[in-house]
Design a protein around this ligand. Structure first.
Ligand SMILES: [Zn+2]
Ligand SMILES: [Zn+2]
Length: 184
């Protein structure tokens, strides 16, 4: 990224900050629900494309540019790494980004004010994606699946297969079950 970066004005993540430009000390509060773009996720959990991300930031004019500080909140949907059940959680993520005025010599990944606009999409992605768990869990003490049959152990923690049944007795047991049909 450099100061010649362009901004797509059609993006809902682009915000006009003309009233803040070159006016250190000026503040603007920005609150809006913006649809999630694609790929705000890691392998097993993320934000569904198009679902709302609640942006709640304070934009502050400082001498080098415009500082955005606040939170982005979203519903995360994923798969439990132990039981493969659904994980669903709404949470807020901290966001802080300084958008520099053109002419700033900064880090490779510095973001800039472009034609009195800033683009919050990349800071939003960084805020959320870097905090997503690689092994999401439906609950901290999820019991996972039975290694023998795949049964979800959260449904019955006492589940077990007891002694393996001797194949010589299996036929007899089947016979007894048949014998026990109600009404006979
Ligand atoms: Zn689970
Ligand atoms: Zn089992």
């Amino acid at each position: 990224m450099n100061e010649h970066q362009t901004i797509d004005l059609r993006s809902p993540w682009v915000i006009s900050i003309h009233e803040l430009v070159r006016r250190p000390g000026e503040l603007k509060e920005f609150h809006r629900d913006i649809p999630a773009p694609a790929q705000v996720r890691v392998e097993m959990i993320g934000v569904r494309e198009g679902s709302p991300i609640t942006v709640d930031v304070r934009l502050e004019s400082v001498s080098e540019g415009v500082l955005a500080t606040g939170t982005v909140g979203a519903e995360l949907i994923g798969e439990c790494a132990r039981c493969l059940g659904e994980v669903r959680e709404t949470r807020d993520f901290e966001l802080q980004e300084l958008f520099y005025y053109p002419g700033h010599d900064g880090e490779e990944d510095a973001l800039f004010v472009v034609d009195n606009n800033i683009d919050l999409e990349q800071p939003m992605r960084d805020a959320i994606i870097l905090e997503l768990p690689f092994t999401p869990l439906c609950r901290a003490d999820c019991l996972g699946l039975c290694p023998v049959c795949g049964f979800n152990l959260n449904e019955d923690p006492g589940h077990n297969h007891g002694e393996q049944i001797d194949p010589r007795w299996a036929d007899l047991q089947a016979f007894r079950t048949q014998d026990a049909i109600p009404g006979e």
